[in-house]
Design a protein around this ligand. Sequence first.
Ligand SMILES: Nc1ncnc2c1ncn2[C@@H]1O[C@H](COP(=O)(O)OP(=O)(O)OP(=O)(O)O)[C@@H](O)[C@H]1O
Length: 352
Amino acid sequence: MTDRQNTGAAIAFDGVGKSFPKKGGVVTAVQDVSLTVPPGTITGIIGRSGAGKSTLLRMVNGLERPTAGTVTVAGRDVGRARGAALREIRREVGMIFQHFNLLASRTVAGNIALPMEIAGLPADRIRRRTADLIDRVGLSALAERYPAELSGGQKQRVGIARALATEPKVLLSDEATSALDPETTQTVLRLLADINRDLGLTILLITHEMAVVRDIASHVAVIEGGRIVEAGETYDIFVRPAHPTTRSFLSGVTGVGLPAFVADRLSPTRPDGPAQEVFRITFAGTHATDPMLARLTADLNIPVNILAGAVEEIGTRPFGNLLVSVDAPRGAEARDYLQRHHLITEVLGYVR
Ligand SMILES: Nc1ncnc2c1ncn2[C@@H]1O[C@H](COP(=O)(O)OP(=O)(O)OP(=O)(O)O)[C@@H](O)[C@H]1O
């Protein structure tokens, strides 16, 4: 297969809205979304069920048309494209699905060949390209099997190969790993990352799992109630989440939660009498390994209780979280000290 590094197309949403008619009114699925997906990136859109993710994604390949604003792929207005122009855009935008959407009556090779047959490619070219694609997704031994004979991960590999058949510049992924176990999820995410790197394909994926974003996406947008509430580089969003929805998505994946004996007693306001202030410290980049807590105790004589902690990597950059408590009257002083030393702190509450 030819190397087409950095030829991925940018996707741009500009003031995009989508409403559906319903009895007695309208349902607004997406409102006022402006977002650019840089070419060659893997960008994640994360949101809860009903947030508008699928609707947003379906506007990129013209399965839905916006009722406001414009969606462009490589500068071409998808919502206004018709006929041949729309078919051309669809060839450039591949899509993979949570439930794979394979044809049960066709073999692995037959499923992958289908988009090329529809496009009217010559038979020998279809055969060669199908073999290349099967090889790329690691299914050479299974070319003549039927979907019912495959595992979920193998089915998704077929889905990916089929999506690549028309040599798209953009790949849309609609919860592609949600039906897979964690180990298979990792292998499929690795395959998507390889394809992004080798082919320069722009990947836009929707998910409800922040772990998927962390593992593969360089950029992320958080959607709620049809609006983008926060967007940026994944690392920055992990280190400094601004919106409560983003924080709640992160709380499940940053490796640290409060131990139950603290969480059960945590109060949002400071109680009267002796209490401990509980806060999160986020370590980013080169500060991740600084022995700051020891210095805090040495410089200010504030003892720190460590409640939980974890260090992980996003891309290749270290990122850590510590949950600690200090004597409540000295909490502000301790946090101020840590912030002056480039750490990020967030008060979680108080315990007696
Ligand atoms: N064709 C449609 N007709 C009417 N309402 C729709 C249609 N498609 C989506 N909606 C509504 O728009 C809102 C957003 O739906 P959408 O499927 O985009 O959300 P989602 O974030 O993808 O959720 P999920 O993860 O559950 O699929 C929901 O309230 C949904 O009921």
